[in-house]
Design a protein around this ligand. Structure first.
Ligand SMILES: [Zn+2]
Ligand SMILES: [Zn+2]
Length: 562
């Protein structure tokens, strides 16, 4: 354990004064400078956005009150509060006079949200203003964590892609699972596509079957991640999420990188004292497919069966959606002999004489009604949808940013679930130091985490306990949950965020838990902080000044690091 990390104090006791100083946090300065800057902006006329106000305020403050060169915060983490979905902007201070190195991690909103285009365009405009470099905005790296709509929708042409088109983008980072040269990745993608297609067929089939409309909409909500909605035609090509996910892969002058755990940590050009470690996704199929803590070794077996199921129910649902007439006479895929086939057509049911007796005596017998299983087989669709969702979450690209001098770590697990988290425990890197080399482990980095983007919108299986949150022992820990309870409910995700997790996060952060759909914590929530720590938190976390684009000033929280 590094010297600066002290064991976490018992809950209920006041934390000792943190050693990592953030007293002169620049967001604090920024906040103080705002009234003057605001006047300046007003004098210039409307049309400017909050991001540029902040930057002007900062510049004005530097000239007026401080001669220090290093007044831009070392890092500003902007956490968007646009709804249920992830969008995080990290601006790292570059070497003197070089501006900031901008990293955008995801940009998406869940399908059930109202006015998604307006919301995502507001976010994109704010990103452009915050990343302004000359007359153009520049994002140095976009991180696409995984193929889910609530993480990538902003990059779709129906949302904010036209605004991102106007920004310079240097690189896009994907997980190794997306690398076209990676064999396991290729197979996982093909499997995913097959399952998504099978489920799209199920949504269409339910939608077309009287009495099953409710299930169509429920399954549609579960599949919203892949851009599938109830009413989509059976066999329709699924592409909305993929289109958004691939947006930068296909764009000219954007360099694509595929990151894998175990490779040497990356550095960002021009940003001194920073390392970026890749934690996940694990390069182990069993781990990727592990979404709940079950006995090891069973997952692979379950999956091969599940893959067969996907193929079978995909075909079955396609047939069901198309209706009986479409398949009349075409029974090459029917498992029964012609004599045993019952076929429905425009004129009602048709069957052979031999089968007719059986149907009349058994199938249509009034006291045998309870034996009918009719549509029970369709339950497989919901199970498959849940598993598909979890497996996709486990393909998340998980990154940890480390300041090498202070040891502070900022952890971004996207929606990683159990298997992804468990795999981090074995990760080790050898890094260069001033005097030689040093081994760094993932558990050590987790212990030093001072900012935690809570996994999967605060759900129950996306923040491990013993091998996760309990390992985070820094007394400076601040956490953020990108959740909107109203949208979660609308999407029938009950328990998001998961209450026991929220409670423990509150304890571990001494109340410094930011929740996207709640105001910045104050008063009683922060009552266990020392006055100095309270003041520091208050200064380092800022919210936007209201603008025409964001009249309530609640588009984001921003955490500044000195
Ligand atoms: Zn996800
Ligand atoms: Zn998500």
């Amino acid at each position: 354990m590094p010297a600066h990390v002290t064991p976490h104090p018992e809950p209920g006791r006041r934390p000792p004064e943190p050693k990592l100083k953030r007293v002169k946090s620049a967001p604090g300065i920024l906040a103080r400078a705002k009234p003057a800057a605001k006047k300046k902006i007003e004098a210039r006329g409307a049309g400017r956005t909050e991001g540029s106000i902040g930057d002007d305020a900062l510049a004005a403050t530097v000239k007026r009150s401080r001669k220090s060169k290093d007044v831009i915060p070392r890092l500003r983490i902007r956490m968007y509060r646009h709804g249920l979905g992830d969008c995080m902007l990290l601006r790292f201070r570059k070497e003197e006079g070089e501006g900031t190195y901008n990293v955008l991690i995801d940009c998406g909103l869940i399908t059930v949200a109202s006015e998604p285009q307006a919301k995502m365009q507001r976010v994109a405009r704010d990103i452009a203003a915050a990343c302004k470099d000359g007359d153009k905005a520049r994002i140095d790296v976009v991180v696409m964590t995984h193929e889910h709509w609530d993480h990538v929708s902003g990059f779709h042409s129906a949302q904010a892609a036209p605004l991102f088109d106007k920004m310079d983008i240097g690189e896009v980072w994907y997980a190794w699972t997306e690398d076209p040269r990676n064999e396991l990745g290729k197979r996982l993608r093909a499997e995913r596509a097959e399952k998504v297609q099978a489920l799209a067929n199920a949504v269409a089939a339910f939608g077309a079957t009287p009495g099953m409309e409710a299930r169509a909409s429920e399954l549609g909500a579960m599949l919203g991640f892949f851009g599938i909605e109830a009413g989509a035609a059976a066999g329709a090509k699924i592409g909305r999420t993929r289109e958004a996910f691939d947006y930068l892969m296909n764009r000219q002058n954007v360099r694509t990188r595929y990151l894998e755990p175990g490779k040497a940590p990356r550095t960002l050009p021009g940003v001194p004292g920073l390392r970026v470690y890749t934690f996940g996704p694990p390069q182990d199929e069993g781990m990727i497919k592990r979404s709940a803590p079950t006995k090891k070794g069973r997952e692979v077996y379950e999956l091969s069966a599940e893959q067969r199921l996907a193929a079978n129910i995909g075909a079955a649902f396609e047939r069901m959606a198309a209706g009986p007439a479409a398949h009349e006479g075409a029974c090459e895929d029917c498992p029964f002999d012609p004599i045993l086939r019952r076929q429905e057509g425009p004129g009602g049911q048709r069957y052979s004489r031999a089968l007719g007796g059986l149907i009349d005596g058994v199938w249509n017998a009034p006291d045998q009604e309870w034996r009918k299983i009719e549509m029970d087989w369709t339950q497989a669709a919901e199970t498959l949808a849940l598993n598909l969702d979890s497996h996709t979450n486990n393909t998340c690209l998980v990154l940890a940013f480390e300041f090498t001098d202070t040891g502070e770590v900022m952890l971004f697990p996207a929606d990683a679930q159990v298997g992804n988290w468990l795999s981090w425990q074995d990760l080790r890197w050898t890094v260069k130091t001033a005097t030689g080399t040093q081994e760094v482990s993932a558990p050590d980095l987790i212990a030093r985490t001072v900012f935690y983007k809570v996994g999967h919108h605060g759900s129950h299986n996306a923040t491990l306990r013993t091998l996760g949150l309990e390992q985070m022992t820094s007394e400076d820990l601040v956490a953020f949950i990108p959740v909107c309870k109203e949208e979660a409910k609308k999407n029938r995700w009950m328990g998001m965020p998961f209450n026991p997790l929220v409670k423990r996060l509150g304890e571990k952060t001494f109340g410094r838990l930011l929740v996207a759909d709640e105001p910045k914590p104050d008063g009683e929530q922060l009552g266990r902080l020392t006055p100095a720590a309270l003041k520091r938190f208050d200064k380092s976390v800022t919210t936007p000044e209201p603008t025409a684009d964001d009249p309530d000033g609640n588009l984001w929280f921003e955490l500044g690091f000195e």
